[in-house]
Design a protein around this ligand. Structure first.
Ligand SMILES: [Zn+2]
Length: 99
């Protein structure tokens, strides 16, 4: 299975096909659905580490995207994906009974 384009998790499963017949995958780690794009730019580990460092600075997302030469969309997804990996601190609120 390919690794997730966002969080690089290897924990991916086949998840049907898109209309063009391409295999679609689902990341079990962050829930992202993706299709393998050989033409898509792969964000390598070095770039991810650079982004990680830039995220610690008080830079705008657009600034980080420009500095690391990634798309803002990828960056947004990456940040969301990272957040999904971090163990949740807050307790999930219990659903009210009777609703
Ligand atoms: Zn993922």
């Amino acid at each position: 299975m390919p690794s997730c384009p966002d969080c690089a998790s290897q924990h991916t499963v086949k998840n049907g096909r898109i209309h063009t017949g391409k295999q679609r995958f689902l990341c079990r780690n962050c829930g992202r659905q993706f299709v393998e794009h050989p033409t898509n730019k792969i964000i390598d580990q070095a770039t991810r580490e650079l982004v990680d460092r830039l995220l610690l600075e008080r830079l705008s997302m657009a600034g980080i995207a420009r500095a690391a030469q990634v798309s803002e969309q990828w960056l947004q997804d990456y940040v969301t994906c990272k957040a999904a990996q971090t163990p949740k601190q807050a307790q999930v609120r219990a659903k009210k009974k009777g609703l």
